[in-house]
Unconditional design. Sequence first.
Length: 202
Amino acid sequence: MSAELSPSTLKEGVYNVRLDSNHRAILEPGEVIFTDGSKYVGGIQSGLREGRGTLRFSNGDVYEGEWHQDRRDGEGTWTSASEACSYRGVWRNDLMHGRGTERFHDGTVYEGQYSHGSMQGTGTLTFPNGDRYEGQFDKDEMNGIGTLTYANGDSCQGKFFNGKRHGICLLAFATQPGKLWSVEFAADVPTSAPSAVVVPST
């Protein structure tokens, strides 16, 4: 993070000072202006951002939420200057880590698990055209078992690798309710002819 509390970056600040139970000075919510133009308003303890606070970056981005030892940690929301991109959820050690919702500039929305700044675990990715993927993610990509449901009602359930269908998938078509087709893919390209799958009657 460019805005760090240190003698070289701290330009000026207004604080409310009190002593904790151990007689250590605590700087409570005030305003800090950094040399790069970033502004922080919130809790400060032992010279580090702590508790709740808001950081307005020099490029116009804003983070509002929890801090621990000068890093974003806990629940918080980051919003880009254009407000086209945002993340709301859990942070750890200045990275998205835990469950959250991220909105991208093209209208894509991801809701699910993060690990060390990347989409990792299970989640739902909704595309601007109405397509939706629900399943496993790894390193910001659809990786693992999941279901891709298209805006027209068709769906593909199976294995995905680096964002593409890869392996055996079960296809269902909205125009053929109750029927399933098995197709093998390699990097989104079919490598086998569709074969009908018997669906047990209920």
